[in-house]
Design a binder for this molecule. Structure first.
Ligand SMILES: [Zn+2]
Length: 87
């Protein structure tokens, strides 16, 4: 199986349970369950806010804080949710 990452927070979605849901109850393959529910984003945040939301999780996984922040700032603008707004 291809590893898919959430197009909002870059979290790897390893199985169907990690995927968000559309308003009709089907799985949304682009966004994770934390970002997307019932056909809409769970939180209306800016890209920079999303960076700050993600950093603590990466630090928990053993990354240094500044390293985690740089990584997110590099990765997020390439994702679908932010691609339009980050220009
Ligand atoms: Zn997500």
């Amino acid at each position: 199986m291809n590893s898919t990452v959430c197009q909002s927070c870059a979290m790897p979605m390893e199985n169907e349970k990690m995927m968000g849901k559309n308003s009709d109850g089907t799985r949304n393959e682009e966004y994770c369950v934390y970002c997307y529910e019932d056909g809409k984003f769970t939180a209306s945040v800016s890209m920079n806010e999303m960076v700050e939301i993600c950093v603590p999780h990466l630090v928990e996984d053993g990354m240094k804080e500044n390293e985690a922040r740089e990584t997110m700032k590099d990765v997020l603008p390439k994702l679908k949710r932010w691609a339009m707004t980050s220009k």
